[in-house]
Ligand binder design. Structure first.
Ligand code: PLP
Length: 223
């Protein structure tokens, strides 16, 4: 079938493009982690990617992650799961139980719920603060104006293990100023992890300092 999705070949292509983008930016290709976004795709697709050496995955719904990943984790201990979608407070405990990284911490109530869940679950996944760099009303993420205060509160008041920042720039327009803004904000807070860039713009994100790129469609095909 000419339109069959070859996940292993797609992964090889994306890895090569990541390495080229890193080298063009005078960066170490090993400093960029590929998060393979498997949302809506079945566990079999994740298994194919695991067989091709991919270990880091992203899901945006906690329920879907719970349905797919515990079994995969049992057979693949190296697997790392990132929750990348907007989180409701009542899903915080499930997110803490299933994830290795929560990329979508964006408000005080959620930060408090995650902190409480960490205590109950005795598990401390790394947290990223999601910043709504375009200040778009429909999008999750803390606004630019509130980002500094929220990053400090997440770490100091809520005691979360904040490792870095995440953003999804507006669909229209040049994403690069958004990527540059996020990298700069992370640097000012001494945060090492910057998760930005998707199928359509991960090379630009790497040029601006992304440490994690979240790629779905270009690996697993259309949703
Ligand atoms: C779905 C999703 C991605 C992947 O997007 P693609 O365009 O399919 O690569 C990345 N980040 C987040 C937060 C997503 O929800």
């Amino acid at each position: 079938m000419s339109d069959a999705i070859d996940i292993a070949a797609n992964l090889a292509t994306i890895r090569a493009r990541i390495a080229e983008a890193a080298i063009r930016a005078n960066r170490d290709p090993a400093a960029v982690t590929l998060v393979a976004v498997s949302k809506t795709h079945p566990a079999e697709s994740v298994l194919t990617a695991l067989a091709a050496g991919q270990t880091v995955f992203g899901e945006n719904r906690v329920q879907e992650a719970q349905a797919k990943f515990p079994d995969l984790r049992a057979s693949h201990p190296a697997l790392r799961l990132h929750i990348i979608g907007g989180l409701q407070t009542n899903k915080a405990r499930d997110a803490v139980a299933v994830a290795d990284v929560i990329e979508s911490v964006d408000r005080p109530k959620l930060a408090a719920a995650i902190a409480a869940a960490m205590a109950r679950e005795d598990r401390r996944p790394d947290c990223l603060v999601q910043v709504n760099t375009g200040d778009e009303t429909q999008k999750s993420g803390v606004s630019r104006d509130e980002a500094d205060a929220f990053i400090r509160a997440a770490r100091e008041e809520h005691g979360l293990p904040v490792a870095g920042l995440m953003c999804i720039p507006p669909a229209e327009g040049d994403p690069r100023p958004h990527f540059a803004y996020l990298r700069n904000l992370a640097d000012r807070h001494g945060l090492a992890v910057v998760s930005m860039g998707m199928s359509g713009d991960f090379e630009a994100a790497i040029a601006e300092g992304a440490t994690h790129v979240r790629v779905g469609t270009a690996i697993f095909g259309r949703r």
